[in-house]
Ligand binder design. Structure first.
Ligand code: GTP
Ligand code: NA
Ligand code: MG
Length: 290
């Protein structure tokens, strides 16, 4: 099939940066200003990923805690879970070791970055210093003739946040991010936890559409999807590509970083798990699979 004829999907955006530079604050701001959050009276839970619906009807999916094992494991298996990286740099602290670490990840994954210079509301903020430190470290920012966008923001006051969203959408448009919505669903486990409702895995859907009743395999466990919940804890009927969703129905927990694939029926799901277990017992490693 011609890829350009596939439907557009929301961009998947990962927030990275040095400790305390404001990643969570920025995410919280985006969550609270999102339509979803307003509609359902605020976000009560954290799921490591969430999608915001913007006023124009467009969506962006944000991934949290990218330094964690799942992100690395997915990247090691060649999965580009993220379409772009927002590199957060505090204007009062500038480029720090984990800023460079994040840059390294983004380059290795070959994903474009947008720089968000945060905390510009602080009296100690020094935007020019951040820009020159970035340039020194090989980031080709637009101010210096490069093509990396830089947005000045404050997660505290909200300054620049609309610009940041706009920049994300523009970059997404350039990247022309598409995926098929029909056919067997496929995705990645971002997080796996136990909640009062039962075992829950946050799954980022990459292709296809996941629905309650579907059979899925992740690593060496399988599940019949009992229900799907969005970031606001609201039950939804389907999870399309480019969205993150909480999946309930696991008897055993999948691992963060596991590839999730839909199976046509329960016996195929069980057979897939059985086969993977057999390979595992034989000590064979199959990339993308075991
Ligand atoms: P880690 O997850 O621990 O790496 O930190 P983080 O990058 O998520 O930073 P976090 O959002 O926890 O913010 C760290 C501190 O900076 C908190 O005290 C925030 O309130 C503060 N902070 C974050 N953004 C801003 C901002 O735009 N302006 C000001 N003045 N303070 C901010
Ligand atoms: Na912090
Ligand atoms: Mg944080």
């Amino acid at each position: 099939a011609d890829p350009s004829s596939l439907p557009l999907r929301p961009p998947v955006v990962t927030i990275m940066g040095h400790v305390d530079h404001g990643k969570t604050t920025l995410l919280d701001y985006l969550r609270k200003s999102s339509t979803v959050a307003q509609e359902h009276g605020g976000i009560t839970q954290h799921i490591g990923a969430f999608s915001v619906s913007l006023s124009g009807g467009k969506q962006i999916t944000f991934l949290d805690t990218p330094g964690h094992a799942a992100f690395l494991s997915m990247r090691q298996r060649g999965a580009n879970v993220t379409d772009m990286v927002i590199l957060v740099v505090a204007a009062d602290d500038s480029v720090m070791p984990q800023t460079l670490e994040a840059l390294k990840h983004a380059r290795a994954a070959k994903v474009p970055i947008i720089v968000a210079i945060n905390k510009v509301d602080r009296p100690e903020a020094n935007v020019d210093r951040v820009k020159s430190d970035l340039a020194t470290n090989g980031v080709e920012i637009e101010d210096y003739g490069g093509d990396v966008q830089v947005v000045c923001v404050s997660g505290k006051t909200g300054q620049g946040m609309a610009d940041l969203e706009e920049n994300i959408l523009l970059l997404a448009e350039m990247l022309d991010i598409r995926a098929e919505t029909d056919g067997m669903a496929e995705g990645w486990v971002l997080e796996s936890t136990i909640k009062p409702l039962g075992r829950v895995a946050t799954v980022l859907i990459k292709r296809g559409t996941l629905r309650p009743g579907d059979f899925i395999v992740a690593g060496r466990v399988h599940a019949k999807v009992r229900s799907l919940r969005n970031e606001a804890g609201v039950e939804i009927d389907e999870a399309p590509p480019g969205t993150a969703v909480e999946v309930l129905g696991w008897k055993e927990p999948p691992d963060a970083g596991d590839l999730v694939v839909q199976a046509p029926d329960e016996s195929k799901a069980k057979a897939a798990v059985h086969y993977r277990q057999e390979l595992h017992d034989r000590g064979e490693i199959i990339s993308q699979m075991a």
